[in-house]
Design a protein around this ligand. Structure first.
Ligand code: DOR
Ligand code: ZN
Length: 389
């Protein structure tokens, strides 16, 4: 049994001073350590001065493997996740050969089992006619693109009848990439089909309002909270992303809606600098997401319970992921140890992601994940990967 002691742990939406007892890959329970517990302990992990969060869950990540492993692969992408305190990522289907058949899904699962260092789940892509493939594969979630984006030309569906058919044929979560007027449109199709959907990367107050009014869930990407068209001058060609950055006014307005945001998801979309300069859309985000939020907390712009909930428990709830997202008996011992005072400067060439750049280059952030536990093992500590990593 391992014991984590002296930390402030996130439990039932607040931080409490309790110890965590761990057996193999699971949490046994929480409480105060007694003498006999100490005798049973094989390892005591001191979390003095740290917050202990459930390992974070990022429901929107592009790991690029297989197909474009020069910009990311299961190993580099999951290292980036673990460095950022994230222990579960949900991978998007827009690979060069999109994840739209059972074979492709199985191929990804095999590769990930071999190469990934944290928990990887897969969104399965919708096409105009892959209804049988979806039935066969029976994935946990679908991704439906109403927008032509990176590698997603074959995935883009605009025909309402086909969207409706996907919604009626599948009873688990469907994630939709809709932009502008399509958000309203897809929410009303979902209403007609009497089902709920999850809207990816909603960048504006208006879109959040639509998702809430129609009883659906949303996710917000850190770059829409922390970057605007004001930053385009400095970022130049690197500023391309779908959905595009909004004006400073719209960005500020998004902050008026924090309570209606269901979860934070990075849309980690690595491209090389050469590709960015040639117009590729997307930002890496796994290693900066939590720190940006913690920095905002330190500036009294965000509530720490809000951050923890939106990055761990809520994503697990939305996607119905059992035994992750909480510090509770029976749950996986996936944990992020946070030092709220730790300051660091974002430097692309020091990041784990293969693309080696960040739209937040040079930014000083206060608050960082300093240790990550995955399935009962400390795998990352102060910038270093432990053992086989
Ligand atoms: O900016 C983006 N990049 N938006 C997307 O929807 C896709 C992503 C990518 O895969 O590069
Ligand atoms: Zn995406």
């Amino acid at each position: 049994m391992k014991i984590i002691t002296n930390g402030k742990i996130f439990f039932k939406n607040q931080f409490i001073e309790e110890d965590i007892f761990i057996e193999k890959d699971r949490i046994l329970g929480i409480g105060h350590t007694q003498k006999h517990d100490l005798r049973m302990a094989t390892e005591i992990i001191d979390a003095k001065g740290l917050l202990v969060l459930p390992g974070l869950i990022d429901v929107h990540v592009h790991l690029r493997d297989p197909g474009q492993t020069y910009k990311e692969d299961f190993t580099s992408g999951t290292r980036a996740a673990l460095a950022g305190g994230i222990t579960t990522v949900m991978d998007m289907p827009n690979n060069t050969k999109p994840t739209v058949t059972l074979d492709r899904l199985e191929e990804k699962e095999e590769w990930a089992a071999e190469k990934a260092l944290c928990d990887v789940r897969f969104h399965f892509g919708c096409t105009n006619n892959n209804f049988n493939e979806i039935k066969q594969a029976n994935p946990n979630s679908l991704k439906l693109y109403m927008f032509k984006t990176t590698q997603a030309q074959d995935l883009c569906i605009t025909d309402e009848k086909i969207i409706e058919k996907h919604m009626l044929n599948f009873n688990k979560k469907i994630v939709v990439h809709a932009e502008d007027n399509d958000v309203e449109k897809v929410c009303s199709i979902a209403q007609k089909c009497k089902r709920k959907i999850h809207l990816a990367h909603t960048p504006t107050r208006k879109q959040i309002d639509i998702t809430k009014r129609t009883g659906n869930t949303n996710e917000v990407a850190p770059h829409h909270l922390f970057l605007s068209t004001k930053d385009q001058e400095q970022l130049g060609k690197l500023s391309g992303v779908h959905p595009h950055l909004r004006t400073e006014e719209e960005r500020k307005d998004l902050w008026n809606k924090l309570d209606d945001i269901d979860c934070i998801a990075t849309d980690h979309a690595p491209h090389t600098l050469e590709e960015k300069r040639a117009g590729a859309a997307g930002f890496p985000g796994l290693e900066t997401s939590l720190s940006l939020m913690l920095d905002a907390y330190n500036k009294r712009l965000m509530n720490i319970n809000w951050i923890a909930g939106r990055m761990s428990e809520n994503p697990a709830k939305i996607f119905n992921l059992p035994h992750i997202g909480r510090i509770e008996s029976g749950y996986y011992a996936n944990l992020a140890f946070i030092d709220l005072k730790k300051e660091w400067v974002v430097k692309g060439n020091e990041l784990e992601t293969k693309c080696k750049w960040s739209p937040f280059e040079g930014k000083l952030l206060k608050g960082k994940n300093v240790r990550t536990m995955y399935k009962g093992k400390l795998v990352y500590e102060n910038g270093e990967f432990i053992d086989a990593y």
